[in-house]
Every structure is written in C-alpha cells, then in structure tokens.
Design a protein around this ligand. Structure first.
Ligand SMILES: Nc1ncnc2c1ncn2[C@@H]1O[C@H](COP(=O)(O)OP(=O)(O)OP(=O)(O)O)[C@@H](O)[C@H]1O
Length: 235
C-alpha cells in the first residue's frame, strides 16, 4: 500500500524553478527507500517538495489518509530557550499524544540514546551528534506513518548509528514507511528495500539492488559501483 506518492513535473526555487524534474515514485507501508545522489543531485529539493516548503512546484505529493509524518533534518533546529524535555513536550502536544504513553516512550528513548542526564538541558548547547539524537528521539516519539530522514549518519557515533538503525528497523516492522536520503552507500545497500538514484534533478534509476544491477548490467556489483556506472552513462 502506498503511504506516500510523489508526482512532480518540476519543482525548485524562484531563480531555479526546475531544480528537480519528472519525479514519480511512491513509498509503501513497511518499506525503507533510500534516496541517493551526488551533491546537488536534488535530494534535499525532493524532500523540501514533499514537506511543502517550496512555492515553485508543478505536481502533487500525497500522503495516504490521515498519515502523520516526522521529518528528521540533516541540520537540527531547536528553540533556544526550550530544554530537551520541553522539545519533547512540544512535539507530544502538537501531535496530541496520550500523556502517560508519550512520557513512558520518551523516558525509554532518552535512555536508549544515552541522553537521560541531559534531559533538562538546552539542546542548542549540545554537540552535533547529540543534537541529531534529539531530532531522532522526537521523531521516534511521534511514531508516525512516514519518516522522512535527511542524511542521518554524518553526526552519529558508531554505537548511536547501530542503535538508530535497530530502532528504524523496528519502526519498519511496525509498518512505517521510510524515505531516507544518504551518501553512506554501504549502509544504504545493507538496509534499504529499494533505491531512488538521482542525478541532475532527475531519477536516473530505481528499484532493488538487483533491479539496479540489472539496469547497469553489473550483476553482483555494489550500490556504489552501480551508481558510478549510471552516473557515467547519464553524463
Ligand atoms: N535555495 C536554493 N535556491 C536556488 N537553487 C537551489 C537552492 N537550493 C538548492 N538549489 C539547487 O538545486 C539543485 C539541487 O540541490 P539539492 O540541495 O536538492 O541537492 P542535494 O542532492 O540535496 O545535494 P547535497 O547532497 O549536497 O545535499 C542544485 O542545482 C542546487 O544548486
């Protein structure tokens, strides 16, 4: 079942209205889809389009029914005067989560990501990885139908990456649909069900690793080798 469906003729910015073109794809319930592409390929623009942040959009983005989504940005943003816990309270209030339920989940998530001691501190003073963890905790707290995650691996240490991935897999088992942009192709290759490869603002290949290997005639090749091959051909 499609939870998120994108059908974009073009989208972009006032001075670059066609930053992405002809993007059609969907993300299904319980599916983890990797959005892959070199710098400037159009991944963030695709995500901004899905989030409704761009004015210059010719096309449609639809979420199934009342599906709620959580967005985890690459660069975390916080309210300067709110503590970590107050950020969680704000998220819980915005999504009208049941008090006892969210508090129990929040406490567990803080322990899981080893931030329980910093509960009443201001995230604006946290390290990069700690800030990223707060974003992840907020998203996992909401338990949305769709996760949109922009490059999650850069700030996280190896243990936090492992913990994040195991929670993400649990969310997928729960039925969450996940769209995740990343440059970390070996991890993406290991965890994603399907890939969307972008270059020059367009989708240049999509499917499972086997589909993509088939597209470039490189049976058994890594995602990185397939991606290089496709990029060379699309130049
Ligand atoms: N605010 C903006 N105004 C005008 N053009 C922009 C803006 N942001 C991005 N672009 C252009 O849109 C295109 C796609 O950029 P985008 O940020 O979506 O790439 P990306 O795949 O997310 O790259 P990266 O991996 O570096 O984050 C690029 O040509 C870029 O120059």
């Amino acid at each position: 079942m499609n939870v998120l469906t994108i059908n974009i003729k073009n989208a972009g910015y006032p001075d670059n209205k066609e930053a992405i073109k002809d993007m059609q794809f969907s993300v299904n319930k319980g599916e983890l889809v990797g959005l892959i592409g070199a710098n400037g390929a159009g991944k963030s623009t695709t995500i901004k389009t899905i989030l409704g942040l761009l004015k210059d959009v010719d096309g449609t983005v639809s979420f199934e029914g009342e599906s709620r989504y959580a967005y985890v940005p690459e660069h975390p943003v916080f309210y300067d005067s709110l503590t970590l816990w107050e950020h969680l309270e704000l998220a819980a209030a915005s999504f009208q989560l049941q008090t006892e339920e969210w508090i129990e989940r929040a406490e567990k998530l803080l322990v899981y990501f080893r931030l329980e001691k910093e509960k009443h501190e201001l995230p604006s003073s946290f390290s990069k990885g700690m800030k990223q963890k707060v974003m992840l905790i907020t998203a996992f707290l909401i338990q949305p139908a769709v996760y949109i995650i922009d490059e999650p691996f850069i700030g996280l240490d190896p243990r936090a990456t492992k913990d994040f991935l195991s929670l993400l897999m649990k969310e997928r088992e729960r039925g969450a649909a996940i769209l995740m942009s990343t440059h970390v192709l070996d991890t993406a290759e290991r965890i994603c069900d399907r890939f969307l490869l972008m270059a020059g603002g367009r989708l240049v290949a999509e499917g499972t690793l086997t589909d993509i290997q088939h597209t470039c005639g490189l049976s058994g090749a890594s995602l990185l080798d397939c991606f290089d091959n496709i990029l060379e051909r699309s130049l």
